[in-house]
Design a protein around this ligand. Sequence first.
Ligand code: IMP
Ligand code: MG
Length: 173
Amino acid sequence: MPAEEILISQARIESRLPELAAEINEALPEGPVHVVMILKGAIVFGVDLARALGRNTTLGFLSASSYGAGMKSKGRVEIDARHLGEVEGRNVLLIDDILDTGHTFSKTIDILRDKRPASLRTCVLMDKPERREVDIHADHVGFAIENHFVVGYGLDCDEAYRTLPDIRIYAPE
Ligand code: IMP
Ligand code: MG
């Protein structure tokens, strides 16, 4: 299998989740939170994190597709917001799997801000700061990593590996 080297173990993910949840709970105002995940990569982490928050949550989803050479997002990101749910006047937590060039996250944040949430916090499981093309950061980061292509715990390579329990470095054979 071309994804054998474990970068972040299941145990490390499991111990980081309550720490992140505590950080986020401290930063978010009291009351219900609308948790918005970017499909599909964020769903595994997003659901685990939403449960770890231990508060009243509703779920919303955004779907992002990028177009351009080599399927890399080059700023041409299209967002489908049909399953976003109500954002106006609510406390919103945006969750993604990984912050790479930053195009997807920055476009998504613009869309959410336009809908006038009462507050907006952002969280990513992983951050690859070296790869950034857009000046953007997440308020909460699970793990900062080097410039590897990773799979597992929601992240895919051509739709494979999303259900691995840990995060692995993908190395084509
Ligand atoms: P960005 O717009 O370049 O920041 O792209 C972010 C999206 O690209 C993430 O939500 C992932 O879906 C995908 N992505 C970026 N890096 C990786 C990786 O290492 N493994 C799997 N997907 C990745
Ligand atoms: Mg993806």
